[in-house]
Design a binder for this molecule. Sequence first.
Ligand SMILES: Cc1cc2nc3c(=O)[nH]c(=O)nc-3n(C[C@H](O)[C@H](O)[C@H](O)COP(=O)(O)OP(=O)(O)OC[C@H]3O[C@@H](n4cnc5c(N)ncnc54)[C@H](O)[C@@H]3O)c2cc1C
Length: 431
Amino acid sequence: MIKSSYTPDNSFSTLVDDQYDVILIGGGPAGATVSALLAEQGHSVAVFERSTIPRFHVGESLIPETYWPLERLGLIDKLKASAFPKKFSVQFVSDGWKESAPFYFDMHNSHESSQTWQVDRADFDNLMLDNAVEKGATVRMNAHVLEVLFGDENNSDRATGVKVKLTDSNGNIETREVHAKVIVDASGTSAFLMNRMKLRQSDPYLRKGTVWSYFKGARRDEGKDEGATLIMQTAGKKSWFWYIPLQDDIVSVGCTGTMRAMFSKGSTPETTFERELQRCPALQERLANAERCMDFLTTKDYSYSSTQAAGDGWVLCGDAFGFVDPVYSSGVYLALKGGEFVADAIHEALTNNDTSAARLGCWKDEYAAGVENFRKLVYAFYTPGFSFGSFLKEHPQFKSNLVDILIGAVFKPEHDAMFAAMGEVLPPKDG
Ligand SMILES: Cc1cc2nc3c(=O)[nH]c(=O)nc-3n(C[C@H](O)[C@H](O)[C@H](O)COP(=O)(O)OP(=O)(O)OC[C@H]3O[C@@H](n4cnc5c(N)ncnc54)[C@H](O)[C@@H]3O)c2cc1C
């Protein structure tokens, strides 16, 4: 457990001013990144988080490129000192039992960034928010944003503040209007503004659902492979499992398939998980002596994007702007990297006294191009008959492009040739 520099009790009573430069809706990795980077530059920043962090969250496996935003945030030493298992590789298992050799990230790049971590998200998110507080941001828990306020004397579309419900440690509730020059929606899959402004578009090729839980005592590999993520496809590629080793001998295990298959009539999360487990002997063997230590959890239809990144006085970040798929563990990295893009755009906007949509969303094309690289590789993963092994046998020159994407180095133009060689690889439309 990471020691927090503030407690839930004093975060309930954090004083909230009436006016800030920037307000963040949500204190997950995206909100914590933007707020830390802006507070560090001297802007006044408030983060409103509706829950009490530390709080449970799915999304434990980091990818190597997360190192760079974490370094900019000054968090690498804290992660090195943490009990989070070190992750050196990802390993794929096809058809339920064929284990390929692990992809060791340091074979691709010998820099220390090749080693990353498997994190307990309650602890990791807490660490990130602590950092924002240390850099001068005001972070208020139990602060539920109910509304974004729009309209000033010149522009009826300009976001000008939020209406927020603040609950104190005695349960007293106060609803306040708090104003800011820029509102950042970092509310995760709640996607506060995207949903209210009807900007959401679902990905018709990725209509997926997931059932997951946590197990104690599962078999893990030894030495350098102990913290490896395993991506285990079931027989016939009907679904796949993640296997993410966490601290205290806990393993996060989740199964993803089409929504229809995962939530079929008459099934329960447990029967679905058990049914898919029967198609994955390699995982059965790892879980043979393990005990489940949490009820099954579910989530679905989480692949979406927004038609707009920003408007006058507002901007989206992290899952509140879009999410692709869990398979390559890209979510937290994109929340941090996107957080850097958004923080830099806001700093420029505030410095130039121009918080227009164009200025706040200036990063959109570069960011979207990187996300597209993840998306295309996700499509390839779900396409029946497509195999990375066969593709690389035919096109060995693209191995480093493939590894680049697996580590998260997606913000490079050099991947176009590889996707051209893959052709239009699309999974069936229903997922
Ligand atoms: C099945 C599944 C598995 C995944 N596995 C991985 C993985 O292994 N690795 C990985 O990197 N990513 C993974 N992800 C993705 C990852 O969890 C997210 O991309 C990441 O958490 C995004 O961070 P965020 O800060 O944008 O949002 P969040 O972490 O969701 O934070 C948003 C915060 O906003 C708060 N909030 C929401 N509404 C309001 C409101 N109205 N007022 C105030 N606060 C509000 C919420 O309480 C929350 O704390 C997975 C996702 C799924 C669906």
